[in-house]
Design a protein around this ligand. Structure first.
Ligand SMILES: Nc1ncnc2c1ncn2[C@@H]1O[C@H](COP(=O)(O)OP(=O)(O)OP(=O)(O)O)[C@@H](O)[C@H]1O
Ligand SMILES: [Mg+2]
Length: 314
């Protein structure tokens, strides 16, 4: 497994009227082919990290290496292999969508003959063909986000570094974006994206890094993170039954590890202690008391839970 991003003891102090330690020695890596979600609340240090990776901001200390290139020694090589979209992409209001891509294609040194073809293909990819000749001041937020993504894709970079690319998108826009990310990833691109949208990262990414107040809290596969939290928190089990009797409910209520049982009609919500693997036992207890179990579902841990558990008290 090779590493595409290697961040080691990265520090960023902004020297304003009051010095601000935005990154407090963060260390983590991203593997080739990953779809990495960089998750953190407002002010956590996501944009700072991403701007350093995009070679737009100098770190105060520490190193960052992208595909073997050090951001300090080799920024030009890095700009050749990454596609970057900023948190707030800047546009010339009177420029048209297609011209925006042509302009940046020229800026990136893409040969003239290639530029038109790339602009056309990318506008189609992000579903902006019909607005290719619309002025950018008339673009909606979602259209701007998609254009910024198209810009990041100029020259087909193997690594995408995207700062809140799905911020402010509506559900349909999110789904569109998510599917694009998964497709690029399956085609071999390594994707590093930041978000404070927990559900979005959960639905999109393979690996999650959680940053809070300039420190990395956790980097792991999504399910590892979910399991870890599941072990430390109570969960609930939802059961649908036929022929539920008072006796069956009482039997479940008296099981070890069961904290509480809520009954509504033939449905049960059973709150259980952390890390108790009670689903099978609950099933057999109900059956033993004449209740037929139609479905039994353990509540999944959301990233919201993960996030709260990792950041609370710090
Ligand atoms: N140019 C700057 N000068 C001084 N402080 C800054 C500057 N840019 C960011 N900061 C501070 O650094 C910290 C991290 O900011 P950063 O923009 O990296 O956070 P973020 O995780 O991207 O947040 P958001 O989700 O709001 O975009 C914040 O406390 C912020 O106020
Ligand atoms: Mg930010």
């Amino acid at each position: 497994m090779s590493l595409v991003i290697e961040i080691d003891s990265l520090v960023k102090v902004y020297n304003g009227r009051r010095a601000k330690r935005a990154l407090d020695s963060i260390t983590f890596t991203v593997e080739r082919g990953d779809l990495f979600g960089f998750l953190g609340p407002n002010g956590a240090g996501k944009t700072t990290t991403i701007r350093i990776l995009a070679t737009l901001l100098e770190p105060t200390d520490g190193t960052a290496i992208i595909d073997g290139h050090d951001i300090r020694d080799d920024p030009i090589a890095i700009r050749d292999i990454i596609g970057y979209s900023p948190e707030n992409p800047g546009f010339y209001p009177t420029m048209r969508g297609r011209d925006h891509l042509l302009y940046w294609a020229e800026f990136y040194g893409i040969p003239k003959a290639e530029r038109r073809r790339q602009a056309k293909d990318l506008l189609a990819l992000v579903d902006l063909e019909e607005d290719a000749d619309t002025k950018l001041k008339a673009y909606s937020h979602g259209m701007r986000q998609r254009l910024a993504l198209a810009q990041a894709l100029l020259n087909d970079p193997p690594i995408l570094i995207l700062d809140e690319p799905a911020g402010g998108l509506d559900p349909a826009g999110m789904r569109f974006f998510r599917e694009l990310m998964k497709r690029f990833n399956s085609e071999g691109k390594t994707i590093f994206l930041s978000s404070h949208l927990l559900s979005e990262v959960e639905m999109t990414c393979k690996t999650v890094g959680v940053i809070h107040r300039g420190k990395m809290m956790e980097v792991s596969g999504l399910s590892t993170l979910q399991n870890r939290i599941a072990q430390t928190r109570e969960t609930s089990i939802h059961v649908e039954t036929d022929d539920l009797s008072e006796k069956a409910v009482a039997a479940v209520r008296s099981m070890e590890g069961v904290l509480d049982v809520e009954v509504s009609g033939a449905s049960l919500v059973i709150r259980v202690e952390a890390n108790s693997e009670l689903a099978a036992d609950i099933n057999s207890t109900l059956l033993a008391h004449g209740a037929r179990v139609r479905s039994l579902k353990q509540q999944e841990v959301s990233l919201e839970d993960v996030f709260v558990a990792l950041t609370e008290g710090s």
